[in-house]
Design a protein around this ligand. Structure first.
Ligand SMILES: NC(=O)c1ccc[n+]([C@@H]2O[C@H](COP(=O)([O-])OP(=O)(O)OC[C@H]3O[C@@H](n4cnc5c(N)ncnc54)[C@H](OP(=O)(O)O)[C@@H]3O)[C@@H](O)[C@H]2O)c1
Length: 358
């Protein structure tokens, strides 16, 4: 099997994962005869890395100690050498006795250097196969790493005419039950949910992640309020707890400063690496204007308001040429989903974007 063809399959696998704290990664274990022995992909922070997932799938059907010295492991990203929430992939590859590793993108983080570890262990390593496509797969995640900030997902729950609240301030609910359930799934995998001070004042949201039955999910994100106005004492999101216990206020209007502060914050024992920005208009606009949006879920509900709060305000664009552009994101469940009567469009900023077909 040609390296490019195997790497293309690994890329397709990678797109089944979810964006957020960790990059999308796909892996394929291939025999010397070109037979695919196992495949795997990373399903999100705290779950098996793609290489480990592929090896686990292989060893689920083969005895430990089986000879893999003539097999090749393909991975869209350089295997990590870092022991974090998951063991280092390099160690697992060495222990499995795999003869060759082929990877696409190099790891841009401090966890890089896995290729050299493998080589020192006597494993043949081939780098940069479909490098551009593999780098494009995670171009926004890499940008977040370089800026030492969390990955930012934006939630836009809007009417057909792109409004997030009616003229009287009411906004619950614009979108369907299915859209809201999807939002709760995204909330449950984010490290933090961020809203502006005015959304807290107007909506008094709980900002919890809940199951369709309304129960709290096991993992709750940090609740974050951005802005200078003090958070009202009796609002639902603080649950009468002192600041620092499940919620924080970032007393700034600068989105990069807010993100960098969050990057220094731990929640549940881990640093905040993935933030879901839910609104309102001022905060959303500030993140878009600063180019700090990495992923968008735009839920379009079939109703019109004609007046009220637009989802995005002035972002400094005065002519079409300056408009930030977005590309359909095929990751996770695909770029377009019907959620009851709503249409959810999954987007990422246009850049060196990559799709399974490209
Ligand atoms: N449909 C939905 O899913 C959804 C979701 C959220 C909100 N909403 C709606 O959105 C509306 C609220 O929108 P909003 O724009 O008034 O409120 P907002 O964005 O929640 O909060 C605005 C406040 O945030 C602070 N802030 C922080 N950073 C800022 C920045 N860079 N630029 C400007 N302000 C910044 C400012 O207050 P300080 O003076 O305190 O700094 C500002 O007044 C409500 O009607 C709510 O129902 C809808």
């Amino acid at each position: 099997m040609l390296h490019e063809s195997a790497m293309t399959q690994a890329l397709e696998l990678a797109f089944s994962g979810v964006r957020g704290a960790n990059p999308l990664v796909g892996a394929l274990l291939v025999s010397a005869q070109g037979e695919v022995l196992a495949q795997g992909h990373h399903r999100g922070a705290g779950t098996f890395h793609a290489e480990r997932a592929a090896l686990a799938n292989f060893f689920a059907h083969h005895p430990a100690g089986v000879d893999l010295s003539s097999a090749t492991l393909y991975s869209t990203l350089e295997p990590c050498r870092h022991q974090g929430r998951q063991p280092a992939c390099t160690q697992l590859i060495i222990e499995a006795g795999i003869g060759r590793v082929v990877h696409g993108a190099s790891d841009p983080t401090s966890n890089g250097g896995g290729a050299a570890v493998l080589q020192r262990a006597g494993i043949e390593v081939l780098s940069s196969v479909l490098r551009e496509e593999c780098e494009a797969l995670n171009h926004r995640w890499t940008a977040a790493q370089e800026q030492h900030r969390p990955f930012v997902t934006v939630h836009l729950a809007q009417t057909l005419d792109a409004r997030i609240a009616a003229a009287d301030g009411t906004s619950q609910w614009i979108t369907s039950q299915a859209s809201r359930e999807h939002t709760h799934r995204v909330r449950s995998r984010a490290d933090a949910i961020l809203v502006g001070t005015n959304t807290v004042a107007v909506d008094d949201p709980r900002l919890t992640a809940r199951t369709p039955a309304g129960d709290l999910t096991q993992r709750q994100p940090l609740r974050v309020v951005m802005g200078l106005t003090p958070v009202p004492k009796r609002c639902k999101l603080t649950q009468a707890l002192p600041e620092g216990e499940g919620w924080v206020q970032l007393r700034t209007r600068d989105p990069l400063e807010a993100l960098q502060e969050l990057a220094q914050t731990t929640h549940g024992g881990y640093p905040v690496k993935h933030v879901l920005v839910e609104g309102g208009q001022s905060v959303l606009s500030a993140f878009f204007a600063a180019g700090l949006v990495d992923e968008v879920f735009a839920y379009h509900a079939p109703l019109l308001l004609g007046a009220g709060t637009a989802s995005i305000g002035d972002i400094g664009v005065t002519t079409l040429r300056e408009a930030p552009r977005f590309a359909l994101d095929p990751a996770e469940s695909g770029p377009v989903q019907i959620m009851d009567s709503d249409v959810c469009v999954h987007l990422q900023p246009k850049g060196d974007t990559c799709s399974p077909e490209s």
